[in-house]
Structures are given as structure tokens and as C-alpha cells.
Design a protein around this ligand. Structure first.
Ligand code: ZN
Length: 310
């Protein structure tokens, strides 16, 4: 249950956050429970004795009150001069996604832009699941079969998940299927899970805490955050960003190993590995691999996404 804190003279939101085990004042100020408080005190630096602040109960989800750290997602091509400057909401009004709100609605928020891609993200992930199931049913999982990898799904398992390098390719395929089902379940809950992010890491396209799905009551960890630079992107890129973030969100071991594009466009992230050199286990811990595999299965070939080219 959320508790309450009555502000005393000398209190600051940072101090209150620290006292209750939160790493940032934003965890408290931006908690949904404090919507009325934000309206009353629109400047977080100006709070007054007697104010009532709700302390969200998310912190009890982890022992010691520590949440997994934020991992920004440096997408290939990001930071090459085409992202909106930090902290600037950007000219989002001029670009509307395909199933956009009525024309008298001038502003498309990052969350609205992401919700407009929910259907395509679901379709891509369903294509990924169907592809893995076909490979399992037809005995074409690479490394587990004498049949050459000629189907598109077996090629995709080889390219994105290095399945033939796995010690047990069938087990890897089953695990990947399970992860994609979890990704599907998250995207089905987009209305509840996707949120606007215009402050923290607002210069990235989006971010999610790896394994954040396990912290549903925490306003920041239990959500996928979409930032202003996401809004003007092309539909394919937006769709794969959603899958990439959902992959982080469902497992704390899905991080960044290597981007799908070769340097200099997309340098390896989080290691010196290139996409081609990953082991099967590393590929399973690489958010880009899930996004690219789903895209591959949805369009029927190995399409590498380029955020600057749509
Ligand atoms: Zn990421």
C-alpha cells in the first residue's frame, strides 16, 4: 500500500525520496498517485509544510529498495545529429503516424506515436512466433537437423540468434518462442505499459528497465518509456523500437551486445562483438536480435533497419 508523507519545514522531494529508498525525486513526484499533488505544486522545487505526498509502494518490490538501473538504448544511427536535442520536446506536431488522431489534434505525444504502432508490432512478433513454430514443426531448426537451412525462418534463426552455434538448438528455439510470447503479452498491454518520457533520457528513442515487467507497481520500472525523438521516425523503425524495448522489459538478461548494423553506422554496443560474431547465448541477451528477427519474419527477408533512411 502506498504511504503518505506530510511535508515539514526544510523537506525537499530529493530528501523524501532518499529517505524512502528511491534513487530520484522523480520516482515520487511523477508517480501516478501524485497527479493531484503535481497539479497543486507544478514546480517540484517549491513544496510547502503540510503538503501531502504519496510514497509509491513500488519500492517494496525489491529487497533493499533498489531497482535495476536504467539502461539507455543507443540505437544504430542515434546521436548522429538527427535526434532532438536533450530536453527539447521537438517539432513533433508536424508528423503524424498513419492512424493518427483527428486533424484538429495538433500534438502527437511519444506514447500516442507508439500506440499507433501497436498493431504492427503485434503482427511482427506474431510472425516471429509463427516462424519459430514452423522451424520446430518442420524440423528445420539450424543445427538440429540434417536439412540445409533453406527456409526463411531457419536463415533468420542463424543470422539473428546463431542457433546452429547453440549447444542445444531445439532448446534455444523453444526458449526464444517463450520470450517472444512474453513480448507479445507486453505489447498487448500497450495502453497500460507505454508512457511518455520527456525528461529522463529524453534524447533517446525509448527506454525500458531490463526485467521491468517484474516491477508493475513502480511508475518508471514497470513501464516502457517513449521519448520525443521516437515521434518523427518511420513506421518500420518505430515498430522495431517497440519490440527492442519489450525484449528488455521481459528479461533482465536481455541487454545490448551488438547492433545489427556494421560500424560506423551501428557500432557494437555493450561489447566489442559484432552482430555476426555473437555466440548463440549472447544473441539471446541482445535486444536488437529480437527486433531484427521479428522484422525479418514479418517482411520475409533480412532487412536491416536504418533510422535515418525511412
Ligand atoms: Zn536497448
Amino acid at each position: 500500500m502506498p504511504s503518505q508523507h506530510i511535508v515539514k519545514s526544510g523537506d525537499t522531494l530529493s530528501g523524501i525520496a532518499k529517505k524512502h529508498g528511491f534513487s530520484s525525486w522523480k520516482d515520487i513526484y511523477h508517480a501516478p498517485e501524485n497527479a493531484a499533488f503535481r497539479k497543486k505544486r507544478p514546480n517540484p522545487d517549491k513544496i510547502f509544510p503540510g503538503d501531502v505526498v504519496v510514497i509509491p509502494d513500488g519500492k517494496t518490490a525489491t529487497p533493499g529498495g533498489r531497482f535495476p538501473p536504467v539502461v539507455p538504448c543507443p540505437f544504430p544511427g542515434a546521436g548522429q545529429g538527427n535526434a532532438a536535442p536533450l530536453g527539447t520536446p521537438g517539432p513533433v506536431s508536424s508528423i503524424a503516424p498513419s492512424n493518427s488522431p483527428p486533424s484538429n489534434f495538433a500534438f502527437v505525444s511519444p506514447r500516442q506515436a507508439a500506440l499507433a504502432r501497436q498493431a504492427s508490432a503485434l503482427q511482427f512478433v506474431q510472425a516471429a512466433i509463427a516462424g519459430i513454430e514452423r522451424a520446430l514443426d518442420q524440423g528445420t531448426v539450424p543445427g538440429a537437423s540434417k536439412i540445409p537451412a533453406v527456409t526463411e525462418e531457419s536463415k533468420a534463426l542463424t543470422v539473428h540468434f546463431k542457433t546452429e552455434r547453440h549447444i542445444n538448438p531445439l532448446q534455444q528455439a523453444q526458449e526464444l518462442r517463450g520470450t517472444f510470447v512474453k513480448i507479445l503479452q507486453v505489447i498487448l498491454r500497450a495502453d497500460e505499459v507505454f508512457v511518455d518520457e520527456i525528461e529522463e533520457l529524453a534524447s533517446s528513442f525509448a527506454w525500458a528497465i531490463p526485467g521491468g515487467v517484474a516491477f508493475p507497481t513502480h511508475p518508471r520500472n514497470g513501464r516502457i518509456h517513449f521519448c520525443p525523438p521516437f515521434v518523427p521516425r518511420g513506421p518500420l523503425f518505430q515498430t522495431v523500437v517497440i519490440i527492442h524495448e519489450a525484449a528488455h522489459f521481459v528479461s533482465r538478461s536481455i541487454l545490448h551486445v551488438a547492433s545489427e548494423l556494421p560500424a560506423p553506422k551501428g557500432t557494437p554496443v555493450g561489447s566489442t562483438k559484432t552482430y555476426a560474431a555473437m555466440t548463440a547465448t549472447e544473441a539471446m541477451g541482445n535486444a536488437y536480435s529480437y527486433a531484427q528477427f521479428a522484422l525479418h519474419m514479418a517482411v520475409g527477408f533480412d532487412k536491416r533497419i536504418d533510422p535515418g533512411a525511412e
